[in-house]
Ligand binder design. Structure first.
Ligand code: AHM
Ligand code: MG
Length: 338
């Protein structure tokens, strides 16, 4: 036997999907697996262009704005095109909602899934080489769905799968299927495969780290201020204040929260009464990941994030998510001061 560190029996995303599909028995048609293959191709492509952005003049603005008036970076445009083309050509998607597209895209064919996505979240960080990510959610449409934007105005409880890929020191894909565990894969650039490196991710129940854009605290309501004060100025005599960590890329902040625990929040406030992050393709997919890793996610009214139903595809919400016990603390302080 050769004594080496070489792993010869690794679980790739492809193998994981095939094995999961077999576990479902004869009811599985393979469509979901094929859709995931198309998804992973878009993650690999986006990872590739992000790594090369500075070298091939992909940094900076594209000179356009998306529907909500955000200035688009060149990579926002390219990431969106890669994602849209990959979903369209998979043949498995009927409706696609992207942060970069004003309207839902409806594809012909027999696709029975709807996909919601933010192709490159945190793109304002791109030129500084800070981690960004792709967030995605997958709904299985009713057989009689017409293929309109209304088909996806669903609560996150209806997601059949969701996750995100963080493009950081390596590309890390986090994937969860409804009712299942949360699994983390790392892209091996040489093999071009996502490898299962973090099976069954569980978030610590508690950890003294908070992540929020504190520059907005002037606009926070009383309950919000009271909560953050409570972790910065603990009431107990020898209480230790929490550590602050805020990257400004939700995917990176959420990934750290998933690995280490703590809380990430983007509350609704007086400046943004509906919050900043989008329900359908930012909040709901993250909430499914958080819950299935043992944590919680709620909106600014302390309603379970997965039960919030958008009335428009680009609707926003406040969000608090992270370790189970920490969100319990948020809820109890909000109950007292609201
Ligand atoms: P984007 O979708 O336009 O990139 O905006 C979403 C990003 C999140 O990744 C991040 O959590 C948040 O915006 C940061 O906002 P702010 O700069 O206001 O703190
Ligand atoms: Mg975004």
């Amino acid at each position: 036997k050769v004594n080496s560190e070489v792993q010869t029996d690794i679980v790739t995303l492809t193998r994981y999907l095939t094995e999961t599909e077999h576990a479902l028995g004869t009811t599985a048609t393979g469509d979901f697996t094929l859709l995931c293959h198309a998804l992973q191709f878009s993650f690999k492509s986006i990872a590739y262009y992000i790594r090369r952005a500075t070298l091939i003049n992909l940094v900076g603005l594209a000179g356009s704005e998306n529907k909500t008036g955000d200035e688009q970076k060149k990579l926002d445009v390219i990431g969106n095109e890669i994602f849209v083309n990959s979903m369209r050509s998979s043949g498995k998607v009927k409706v696609l909602v992207s942060e970069e597209e004003e309207n839902a895209l409806v594809f012909g064919g027999a696709g029975k899934y709807a996909v919601v996505c933010d192709p490159i979240d945190g793109s304002s960080n791109l030129d500084a080489g800070v981690s960004v990510g792709t967030i995605f959610g997958i709904f299985r449409l009713d057989d009689n769905a017409q293929g309109t934007a209304d088909d996806v105005l669903l609560p996150g409880t209806e997601l059949v799968a969701a996750g995100f890929t963080m493009y950081g020191a390596s590309a890390n894909l986090v994937l969860t299927m409804k009712g299942g565990s949360v699994n983390g894969f790392t892209l091996d650039n040489a093999l071009g495969e996502f490898i299962l490196t973090h099976p069954n991710m569980r978030m610590p129940k508690t950890r003294s780290i908070y992540s929020v854009n504190e520059g907005n605290s002037l606009y926070w309501d009383d309950a919000c201020k009271k909560y953050f004060d409570s972790i910065k100025y603990p009431a107990e005599a020898n209480g230790k204040p929490y550590s602050a960590r805020y990257i400004g890329s939700m995917v990176a902040d959420a990934y750290r929260t998933l690995c280490y625990g703590g809380i990430f929040a983007y509350p609704a406030d007086k400046k943004s009464p509906k919050g900043k992050l989008r329900i359908l393709y930012e909040c709901a997919p993250m909430a499914l990941v958080m819950e299935q890793a043992g944590g919680q996610a709620v909106d600014s009214n302390m309603k379970r994030m997965l039960e919030v139903v958008p009335t428009h595809i680009h609707d926003r919400s406040g969000i608090f998510m992270g370790s189970y016990d920490e969100i319990e603390k948020v809820k109890s302080i909000f109950a007292k001061y609201r």
